[in-house]
Design a protein. Structure first.
Length: 365
């Protein structure tokens, strides 16, 4: 429950109505980076307080405090550009100044390495110029810290060699863990984004059925499979009778409800192995692998009967629908999946010409 609360809170910070999925992913990455460095800052501040370095501890504590108020500002303003800039600047310069206060590179255990995370933050800006600028500033700070390290070592009187080694080990461990989990999140987010985009590209948004693109990919695979293994399948082409009248009489919302309700019926009457999709407009198509013609006729008639008995409630009105179905099966002389669909289309045409609300079968061209 706590994990879900944290995830929802971060999502609410990152979500913006006019942002793309990729931008939202970058916003979340920025927030997670800030949280990772804030946790490091709290750990650092606590260690320094325990060592009697209260003055120095103010800097890492300040980083965590500024991050908190920055994300609070982000929550209410949704001004990601300002929040990104603030987070990038404090992530870059705080480790540098903390290193100076602790007496240099060796005494602080190379705390400037924390600024590496600012490079990761810079990638959320999505512009090469700003990423390059951030990287250049980071390298410059590292060089400066190396050149002037010997001049600031006198600040490290209270830090022993053993303590410096401990701090160096702590820094490397925490930074490595942060980078690991940040990139793990990034990779997982990218995978989820690709899955989402693929679903959007292959799914009809109204009925949530696969679209034509997805159907032809799956149907072609099934077609060539039966060619290799000498199997067969049945295929339906279905058309909601007089569908245009629902749009004309009740409006397009009523038509959308009819389509989505019929799609739900098809899902309930189909097996997991069946390939069904919204073919276009009020037409749907179903491919039934490893199904004989007799079995297909039973399924088709059951769909027709279910439609006859189905009542759709819309604005205190009850809508009734019927469906016409053209049926065929794969034949040995078929060259392409389109040959089978064409037969089913011809069968559907006959069903509609014969009065609709019925099925027709065509087994040859």
């Amino acid at each position: 429950m706590f994990k879900n609360y944290i995830t929802d809170t971060i999502s609410s910070l990152a979500d913006k109505l006019d942002s793309s999925q990729r931008q939202k992913q970058n916003f979340r990455f920025l927030i997670y980076s800030g949280i990772a460095m804030s946790c490091g800052g709290l750990i650092w501040g606590s260690i320094l307080v325990l060592d009697g370095l209260s003055y120095q501890s103010l800097l890492p504590y300040s980083y965590a405090l500024i991050t908190f108020f920055n994300f609070l500002y982000l929550k209410y303003s949704k001004n990601f550009q300002v929040a990104q800039t603030i987070q990038g600047v404090i992530s870059l310069f705080t480790p540098f100044f903390l290193q100076i206060l602790l007496g240099g590179f060796m005494a602080s255990g190379a705390v400037i390495l924390w600024a590496i995370l600012s490079i990761l933050v810079s990638f959320t800006f999505q512009t090469k110029r700003r990423v390059f600028l951030c990287f250049t500033v980071y390298i410059t700070l590292v060089i400066i810290s190396g050149l002037f390290d010997k001049h600031i070592r006198y600040l490290a009187n209270n830090i022993s060699i053993d303590k410096s080694i401990f701090l160096f080990t702590l820094n490397i461990s925490l930074i490595s863990i942060s980078i690991f989990f940040l990139f793990l999140y990034f990779i997982k987010s990218k995978e989820n984004l690709m899955i989402t985009l693929d679903n959007l590209a292959s799914t009809d948004p109204l009925t949530e059925l696969p679209n034509r693109r997805y159907f032809f990919l799956r149907a072609a695979h099934e077609f060539y499979r039966i060619k290799r293994q000498a199997g067969d399948f049945a295929l339906f082409l279905l058309d909601i009778d007089f569908f245009k009248s629902f749009n004309d009489k009740y409006g397009h919302d009523a038509g959308d409800m009819v389509l989505s309700t019929f799609a739900d019926l098809l899902k309930r009457q189909s097996r997991e192995s069946d390939i069904l999709c919204r073919y276009g407009g009020e037409e749907f198509i179903v491919l039934l692998p490893q199904t004989s013609l007799q079995e297909a006729l039973i399924v088709a008639q059951r769909i027709i009967d279910k439609c006859r008995n189905m009542n759709i409630k819309y604005n205190n009105k009850t809508l009734s629908i019927t469906v016409s179905i053209g049926i065929t099966r794969s034949m040995q002389n078929d060259s392409h999946i389109e040959d089978i669909i064409k037969r089913a289309d011809n069968a559907l045409y006959e069903a509609k010409n014969d009065g609709r609300d019925r099925l027709k079968v065509i087994l040859d061209d």
